[in-house]
Design a protein around this ligand. Structure first.
Ligand code: BES
Ligand code: MN
Ligand code: MN
Length: 463
C-alpha cells in the first residue's frame, strides 16, 4: 500500500466524504437528554447503513439497556490479527445555544486561524462523529483497493458522553465476537496540525452530586437572614475548602494511590512542545492556575483535580429577589490518575463532605458515573504502528502525550477483553469539544482518513 494511493482515493472522494459526515452531524444525537432519544436511535441507523455501504459484514444495531451499539465486522482470515475500532455516535448537549455562531446541528464550514483550510462547525464534529467516521472511510478505501491486511470489527456506541454504563455489560455478553488483538480509537487530541502526538494516558473520573438542605422552606432573607444557615453559603464554603493555598486537594487520603512520575519521566514530558502564552491567549485569561509544583501539561496530564461542573440554588431569574434558599446543589467531578480508583475516591469524597457539613444543614451525596485512568504502553506493536503511521503521514515523529480527558470504557477493554487501546486522535484541544462552536478541521478529517490505513499496514508489518 502506497501513501499516494490513499491520497488519490481521498482526493477523488473528498466531496462525498464530507457530505456523508455532514449528514451524520445534522442528527442531534444528544445522549444526555431524553428529548433526543429518537434522534440518537436514528443516528445508530445511519451509522449501520454506512458500515454496510463501506463493506462490513454482519452489521447490526445491538440492543443494550440504553442506546444501542452499532457492530459490524470483516473477517478476511480467522488466523490473521483483528483490529477492533471503537468510537461513539452520541454527542454532548449543545447548550448554551445562544453562544453558538451558527446552529449546532446545521454544520457550516468556516476558516479559522488554526484551520486555514476550513473547519466543520457542528456539535459532534470532532467529538466524536468526525473522528469515528474517518475509520469508516479508511476501511472503505482498504476494501475498494484490496489492501485490507487483517480482520476488522467496528463497535460504535451511543452512550459515551453519559458514562458508557451499558457498554460494560454489553462487552461481557459479547466477549466471543469481540476477540481481537487491539482496540483502535480516534477520540482524543493531538498537539497541533504540524505537531502530531499520540495520547499515552487518559484520566479517570469520579462524578458526584451534593444536595444541601437548610430550613424546611425558602425564607425571607431579612426576617431570617443571619439566624439560619444559608445552604448556598454553606455549600460554597465547603467547596472552597476542598483546595488549600497551593491548590492541593484537601480530601483526606485523596492522593494516597497517586503514582508520582520520576524526574526522568517528567523531563520527558516537558519536551513536548507547549506554549503557555498561546494557551492563555486562546482562553483569554491573564494567568494560568493550578497545583503548585507542577507545569500546565502536568496539571492536565498526570495530576488529579476537583472541579465544580454546576452549582445552583436560590433565585437566579431576572432582577433581584431577597430570599434565603432552603436548598443548594452542586455537581462536582474529580479527574483521576493512575492508580486512583473511581470508587475509592467517590467514597472518600462522600465521607469528607458528610464530615465537613455543619450541623445546621442536612447533606445528601450521590454518585454519578465514573471511570478508571489508563496508561498506554509505548512498546507494543500497535503503538509502534500508530507512531509510524503518523510519522509517515505528517513527516514528523509523533510526541507521546498524556491526555486530560476520560474515555471510561478503555479501562474495561483491558479488564474484560485483555486488550490494549491505541489512542490515535486527530482533533485539537482548541476545537471546542463540549463547548459552543465545536469544530473539526477539514485537514484533520482527511489526514485522519489517510493515516488510518497506514496504521493497519505497519501493524501487520510489526506483528
Ligand atoms: N473524547 C472525549 C475524551 C477526550 C477528549 C479525551 C480529548 C482526551 C482528549 C470523550 O468523549 C469525553 O468527553 N469523555 C468524558 C467522559 C464522560 C464520562 C462523560 C469526559 O472526559 O468528560
Ligand atoms: Mn469523545
Ligand atoms: Mn466528549
Amino acid at each position: 500500500m502506497e501513501r499516494s494511493q490513499i491520497t488519490t482515493y481521498v482526493n477523488a472522494n473528498k466531496e462525498r466524504f464530507l457530505n456523508e459526515l455532514l449528514d451524520l452531524l445534522k442528527i442531534p444525537s444528544v445522549s444526555a437528554d431524553p428529548k433526543f432519544a429518537g434522534d440518537v436511535n436514528k443516528t445508530a441507523e445511519m451509522v449501520k447503513q454506512r458500515l454496510i455501504e463501506a463493506g462490513l459484514d454482519k452489521v447490526e444495531i445491538s440492543k443494550t439497556k440504553g442506546f444501542p451499539v452499532v457492530y459490524g465486522e470483516k473477517i478476511i482470515d480467522p488466523k490473521k490479527p483483528t483490529v477492533i475500532v471503537y468510537g461513539h455516535y452520541d454527542v454532548q448537549p449543545p447548550d448554551p445555544l445562544e453562544l453558538w455562531d451558527s446552529p449546532p446541528f446545521e454544520p457550516v464550514i468556516k476558516k479559522t486561524a488554526l484551520h486555514p483550510d476550513g473547519a466543520i462547525f457542528a456539535r459532534g464534529s470532532c467529538d466524536d462523529k468526525g473522528q469515528m467516521y474517518m475509520h469508516v472511510k479508511a476501511f472503505e478505501f482498504m476494501m475498494k483497493s484490496g489492501t485490507l491486511p487483517c480482520n476488522v470489527k467496528f463497535m460504535i456506541e451511543g452512550e459515551e458522553e453519559v458514562g458508557s454504563a451499558n457498554l460494560g455489560p454489553w462487552i461481557v455478553e459479547n466477549k466471543n465476537r469481540l476477540q481481537g488483538d487491539v482496540i483502535l480509537i480516534s477520540d482524543t487530541s493531538m498537539i497541533a496540525n504540524d505537531t502530531p502526538s499520540i495520547d499515552v494516558g487518559l484520566r479517570g473520573l469520579a462524578y458526584m452530586e451534593v444536595e444541601i438542605t437548610g430550613p424546611n422552606r425558602d425564607l425571607h432573607s431579612g426576617v431570617y437572614g443571619g439566624a439560619v444557615a444559608n445552604p448556598v453559603n454553606v455549600l460554597c464554603k465547603m467547596i472552597a475548602s476542598c483546595h488549600d493555598e497551593n491548590n492541593h486537594i484537601t480530601i483526606p487520603g485523596f492522593y494516597n494511590d497517586v503514582v508520582e512520575l520520576t524526574e526522568a519521566e517528567r523531563k520527558e514530558m516537558a519536551n513536548a512542545p507547549f506554549n503557555l502564552a498561546d494557551f492563555k491567549k486562546d482562553l483569554n485569561v491573564a494567568e494560568e492556575q493550578g497545583e503548585k509544583g507542577y507545569s500546565t501539561i502536568e496539571r492536565t496530564g498526570i495530576r488529579p483535580t476537583l472541579d465544580v461542573n454546576g452549582i445552583w440554588g436560590g433565585y437566579t431569574g431576572e432582577g433581584a429577589k431577597t430570599v434565603l434558599p432552603g436548598k443548594a446543589f452542586a455537581k462536582i467531578s474529580m479527574r483521576l490518575v493512575p492508580n486512583q480508583s473511581s470508587d475509592t475516591i467517590s467514597n472518600l469524597f462522600q465521607k469528607h463532605f458528610e464530615s465537613i457539613a455543619p450541623k445546621s444543614v442536612k447533606i445528601k451525596v450521590t454518585h454519578h458515573h465514573g471511570g478508571e485512568p489508563v496508561v498506554v504502553s509505548q512498546n507494543s506493536a500497535a503503538f509502534k504502528a500508530a507512531s509510524m503511521a503518523l510519522e509517515e503521514s505528517y513527516g514528523k515523529k509523533p510526541v507521546p502525550t498524556r491526555g486530560g480527558g476520560s474515555i471510561p470504557i478503555v479501562a474495561l477493554f483491558k479488564k474484560e477483553l485483555g486488550l490494549d487501546s491505541i489512542l490515535m486522535g486527530f482533533g485539537l484541544d482548541t476545537d471546542a469539544l463540549h463547548s459552543p462552536n465545536e469544530h473539526y478541521g477539514l485537514f484533520n478529517y482527511y489526514k485522519g482518513i489517510e493515516t488510518i490505513p497506514l496504521f493497519y499496514k505497519n501493524y501487520m508489518a510489526n506483528k
